[in-house]
Design a protein. Structure first.
Length: 251
């Protein structure tokens, strides 16, 4: 990969440019995640779909930047970056924190007259669902790292490098704060775009009722797909997830 191929501004990465593709998919990483998590998905969908992956501050090539710990601020930044890329149909895919962020970006795009063709919300309960007091972002370093390890969404190479893992602590903490302090604004309109929810049957972060509640956030069609596995079910079922995306975007 060359820098010219990968980087598109500060916030977006385009690993497999597909200029002739009829649609674009914008991918939003999970808490602690980075744009490269979606490299395999981009490779699989190209050249039929042009894939953009969001890179949050505080990791990889943005590691010297201060993490943004607020979903609203993140959504404002990403929406600004996406405007030049709305020249063809856009779909949004987000996992965990990324699903909440993708939802907020979809709201902003629709308010500007850009109609996403689909929101894929993976591994995240609906924006209206909260579980009392969540404060992983306030835990000490060891407890925070234990949570990160337990969800198995961080690469084994990073988990094995204690020094690197600790350098990523501000990004982990900022992402968890963004996810845990997020609240849907009163009076938020329904999305017009269809929503597809994907979830692991054994995901401790999302119950079936919390996944079904996404239906209350759109005036469009709603579908739910459940997979065997936990919070990172998509690591084991990547082919099936990609097939769901392809069915929507490739005609």
């Amino acid at each position: 990969m060359t820098e010219a191929t990968v980087q598109t501004g500060a916030w977006l990465r385009r690993y497999h440019p597909a200029d002739a593709a009829p649609a674009r998919l914008v991918c939003f990483p999970h808490a602690g995640g980075s744009a490269t998590y979606y490299y395999p998905l981009s490779r699989s969908l190209s050249p039929a779909v042009d894939v953009l992956a969001v890179q949050y501050p505080g990791r990889q090539d943005r590691r010297t930047e201060t993490p943004v710990d607020d979903v609203t601020a993140l959504a404002d930044f990403v929406t600004e970056e996406l405007r030049p890329w709305a020249d063809r149909p856009l779909a949004l895919f987000g996992h965990s924190l990324g699903a909440t962020l993708a939802y907020e970006v979809a709201l902003r795009l629709e308010a500007e007259g850009v109609e996403p063709v689909k929101l894929f919300a993976s591994g995240r309960r609906a924006p209206s669902c909260h579980r009392g007091h969540e404060a992983v972002h306030l835990d000490d370093d060891e407890a925070l790292l234990a949570t990160v390890r337990s969800l198995r969404g961080t690469s084994p190479e990073v988990l094995a490098d204690d020094k690197l893992l600790r350098r990523l602590l501000p990004a982990f903490r900022g992402d968890y704060k963004a996810a845990e302090t997020y609240r849907k604004r009163p009076g938020t309109p329904l999305l017009r775009c269809p929503v597809t929810v994907l979830t692991g049957i054994a995901d401790p972060e999302v119950t079936r009722a919390e996944a079904d509640a996404w239906a209350d956030h759109t005036a469009g069609d709603f579908t739910l797909h459940e997979f065997p596995g936990g919070h990172f079910y998509l690591n084991e079922h990547a082919v099936s997830v990609i097939d769901r995306i392809r069915e929507t975007l490739v005609r």
